[in-house]
Ligand binder design. Structure first.
Ligand code: SAH
Ligand code: SF4
Ligand code: F3S
Length: 437
């Protein structure tokens, strides 16, 4: 019996790729293990979106050296975005790894393993073919929840971002393949799916036949077993009102929108190559809120982009108030070599970036708390996810809007059950509820 262990870093697309790697490994006889010491194969599915992510991963790769010393037959593979970005440098920095597999090559994992076993030499495949997307089945990690990639890659080239460089050009999967995936998942007992893409709103534009994200949303109506459909990430430049109409009329798409704004300054948005204004963004948001009741809205924001002044930053703080987000993922700008922003003048000093990040989080935390308190006394449907990681007497589930609700453990409840719960307490990050029987 051979065991594999996968570390997954980065975004949901990587989570989904890890599930596709896992399926191929299981098809060739490997079994998953929770104990890395027991593994015959370790995969690090990596992210390079910020420098901190890369440093953390290099640290982990270093720690694996002693396992390799103990077990000469252990195979270590580096997959994902950092493998694509750093390529052969990975072997130079860490000769104890065996495989470097790029973002377009996860379908070759078993061949690469066989080659290592045969030759005992480093194996690398980082070829990028921007015309085909392999159709690969996944082994979903959860019992009721599954990711469904709809498009891969990104054509946007925001000036700070490495993703288009490591994920390649955008390719959409055919609607029929996506519908088939979702149908199969529905019959297998999966209730909740998340449609994934770096930019879901540009879905289908590459077919050049009028298909868009709205067409896909309509095609996913009424699939047996599927209770909730989520989607991420949305892009304010490509999201149209007609797509919002499609989301609003769907009976399964949940009232949740992750709409990264990145900055509240039009000047900075332009330097970021984002192609929209704060005014356009807020107009889109208000249209979405008008048409989708009880919409949870989250965003991504970068502080300290090159040239960001106090005035620009004040624009971002103002925007937080106007957009009234449920939550914001906030990041300190990180230089990524090869991207235009890395060589822009007026890089913002680290101390200023840190102060701005803290201010931003303080403002957002207040807004999040107020919004969660406003949910007290209301009733929501939850899909039970299991025991809380922080409190063993509590279980948790999520609302349609994706808010986490903790409730007292109850033997009659099982993972995957859809229940109703009344919110008794709203905190900044989490809500407490009582199941209603
Ligand atoms: N495709 C998605 C997500 C991309 S990566 C989108 O367009 O929103 C997730 C987030 O990481 C981005 O939204 C951005 O806020 C952040 N990010 C990307 N590159 C970054 C960088 N160089 N420094 C800091 N944050 C970055
Ligand atoms: Fe990066 Fe921009 Fe593409 Fe998102 S849309 S992945 S931030 S380049
Ligand atoms: Fe990271 Fe790659 Fe996702 S760089 S954020 S894992 S697309």
């Amino acid at each position: 019996m051979k065991f594999y262990y996968i570390y997954t870093y980065g975004c949901q697309m990587n989570e989904s790729d890890s599930e596709r790697l896992a399926k191929q490994l299981e098809d060739s006889g490997y079994k998953a293990t929770d104990d890395v010491n027991q593994a015959d194969l370790i995969i690090l599915n990596t992210c390079c979106v910020r420098e901190t992510a890369e440093n953390k991963i290099y640290g982990r790769i270093g720690e694996l050296k002693h396992l390799k010393e103990k077990n000469k037959n252990l195979i270590i593979a580096i997959t994902g975005c950092m493998a694509q970005k750093n390529q052969a440098d990975m072997f130079k920095r860490a000769p104890h790894i065996d495989i470097v597999l790029g973002t377009h090559n996860i379908q070759h994992i078993n061949e690469m393993i066989a080659e290592v076993q045969r030759t005992h030499k480093h194996q690398m495949n980082i070829a990028m073919d921007n015309s085909v997307l392999p159709e690969l089945e996944a082994k979903p990690g959860g019992s009721f929840f599954a990711w469904v990639p709809i498009n891969n890659g990104c054509n946007k080239f925001c000036t700070y971002c490495i993703v288009p460089h490591v994920r390649g050009r955008e390719i959409s999967r055919p609607i029929s393949a996506i519908v088939e995936d979702v149908r199969r998942l529905g019959t297998q007992g999966y209730k909740e799916i998340t449609l994934l893409g770096q930019n879901v709103n540009s879905y289908g534009l590459d077919f050049k036949n009028g298909t868009d994200f709205g067409t896909l949303v309509d095609a996913l109506e009424g699939i047996p077993g599927i209770e909730r459909i989520r989607y991420m990430t949305s892009h304010p430049q490509d999201m149209t009102k007609s797509m919002i109409d499609a989301l609003a009329r769907s009976s399964v798409v949940v009232p949740q929108l992750h709409l990264p704004v990145q900055s509240g300054s039009n000047r900075i948005l332009k330097k970021m190559n984002r192609h929209y204004t704060v005014e356009h963004y807020l107009d889109l948001l208000s249209y979405a809120r008008q048409h989708i009741p009880d919409l949870t809205v989250t965003t991504d924001i970068i502080v300290g982009f090159p040239g960001e002044t106090d005035e620009d930053f004040k624009g971002t703080l103002d925007l937080l108030h106007k957009a009234d987000y449920d939550m914001a993922y906030t990041f300190i700008y990180s230089k990524r070599s090869g991207t235009p922003a890395a060589t822009m003048d007026e890089q913002v000093p680290d101390e200023i970036k840190k102060v701005r990040l803290q201010q931003l989080m303080d403002v957002q935390n207040e807004i999040s708390l107020r919004k969660n308190k406003a949910m007290e006394g209301k009733t929501y449907s939850l899909i039970v996810e299991g025991p809380s990681r922080t409190d063993e007497h509590m279980w948790f589930g999520r609302t349609p809007g994706n808010k986490m609700v903790l409730f007292p453990q109850d033997e009659e409840l099982h993972i995957g059950d859809t229940i109703k719960a009344r919110i008794v307490k709203g905190q900044t990050w989490v809500l407490y509820g009582t199941p209603i029987k």
